[in-house]
Design a protein around this ligand. Structure first.
Ligand SMILES: [Zn+2]
Length: 421
């Protein structure tokens, strides 16, 4: 995923980068070199990460769907793990820290904001009140490749649809999680692989012009981290880091309750941390980036190279083999866990935060990758070994970015309000 200046879920801007573009090595095609004894797994030749369906985002068990959604080819491939939108009445509660009971909309009596998520193939918008209760939501298939004018019109339509079901006077603002690099100050998308043609397009001002309400853009991984801080796994800490495992690996840093942007808005690009100096080439120009060794895309690519004797279309296929007891499939997750552990140890050593969260499609494979991941972190981080630092699963699944985006206007309002004692 990308960060804005910024997915900032980032589906990293590099998500879907096609390694097939990499030059073949002089050692010739294409035979992957895999050594059980090597910390590295080289992918050469024509192996492509580009079209590997990813794991869907995990879903809270209460919201686990019984059927796949129709038009999304990725979800069709993912079968029963398909990303589904929780029902409109889903409530995320600050007090329970977990999606909880049912409460349909409030009748327009409470102030609310609208969060928008542009990830995947659907455009989602949700009205959320100040306690994190989802009042209304819409999810519509969107063609994010149709150009900014068309996409902006779809975004405006989705926001208006949600707003029109409630009292527009009580709307406090709109936050939009964008899979790309964003200039936060100007509201311009600097780069997004998911939104071609948007570069330098004044998307915030265009939407604002149509709706006449304040719009805040944010990188979607940052928004997801903020959502987890607000009403997810991180609500009891001020500082946390979220890693989103998907096509690529995105990240968000929350410090003192707020998103850390960095000087160019690009903080948190943890998918491009080097975990193996001579590891797999990455579209960013580096070798051995975390996302080339631990993303859902990387899991599937490693699975294909293991020649399991069956077609591997996704990380979920590798997971199912691991579940069935296939030792080599389990090794793929062990390898992925080591890569994550190396990255997390560095993050813990650098930040000394109390909480590090993982989210994304591969989370169901936690029991396979977490033990080697935690062993690696213990080995490489004195801080982790000697403190109560936690590495845990995030709680909000695919809704984290949507909810975090909805929180942005509330947070901005709070920042403006005078502090009273
Ligand atoms: Zn990279």
């Amino acid at each position: 995923m990308q960060k804005t200046a910024s997915h900032r879920i980032r589906t990293t801007p590099l998500a879907g980068h096609n390694l097939a573009r990499e030059k073949p090595t002089s050692q010739g095609p294409e035979k992957p070199i895999i050594s059980r004894h090597s910390p590295l797994l080289f992918i050469r030749g024509t192996e492509s990460f580009a079209d590997t369906p990813i794991f869907p985002a995990p879903i809270h068990p209460r919201h686990r769907p019984t059927a796949t959604r129709g038009a999304n080819p990725v979800n069709q491939t993912l079968k029963s793990w398909a990303l589904e939108t929780p029902p409109a009445e889903t409530v995320y509660s600050r007090s329970s820290a977990r999606p909880s009971a049912i409460c349909y909309h409030s009748g327009g009596m409470e102030p609310y904001s609208i969060g928008v998520d542009l990830g995947g193939t659907n455009l989602r918008a949700a009205a959320v009140d100040e306690k994190g209760k989802v009042l209304e939501r819409v999810s519509v298939p969107a063609n994010f490749h149709a150009g900014p004018i068309h996409v902006v019109s779809e975004i405006v339509g989705a926001i208006a649809k949600v707003r029109d079901r409630l009292d527009p006077v009580l709307l406090r603002g709109v936050g939009i999680g964008v899979p790309g690099f964003i200039d936060i100050d100007t509201g311009v998308i600097i780069g997004s692989s998911n939104l071609p043609g948007f570069n330098d397009f004044p998307v915030r001002d265009e939407i604002q012009k149509h709706l006449g309400i304040p719009i805040i853009l944010e990188n979607d991984a940052n928004a997801a981290a903020l959502g987890e801080k607000w009403i997810g796994a991180g609500q009891n800490v001020k500082d946390l880091i979220l890693l989103t495992l998907g096509t690529g690996i995105g990240g968000g840093v929350i410090t003192d309750g707020k998103i850390l942007h960095g000087s160019h808005g690009m903080a948190g690009e943890f998918g491009h941390m080097t975990v193996f100096p001579d590891g797999n080439p990455c579209g960013c120009g580096n070798n051995g980036c975390l996302e080339k060794h631990a993303s859902a895309t990387a899991i599937a690519a490693m699975g294909r190279m293991m020649h399991f004797g069956q077609e591997i279309n996704s990380a979920e296929d590798v997971y199912n083999l691991a579940l069935a007891g296939n030792e080599r499939a389990r090794w793929v997750f062990e390898y992925m866990g080591r890569a994550l552990g190396i990255a997390l140890a560095s993050l813990i050593n650098a930040f000394n935060f109390p909480l590090y969260l993982l989210t994304g499609g591969p989370l169901p494979a936690w029991d396979f990758f977490a033990p080697p991941m935690l062993a690696e972190v213990r080995k490489r981080s004195f801080t982790f070994a000697r403190t109560a630092t936690r590495i845990e699963k995030a709680l909000l699944g695919g809704d984290a970015g949507l909810l975090g985006a909805a929180y942005l206007p509330f947070q901005q309002t709070m920042a403006r309000e005078p502090v009273t004692h």
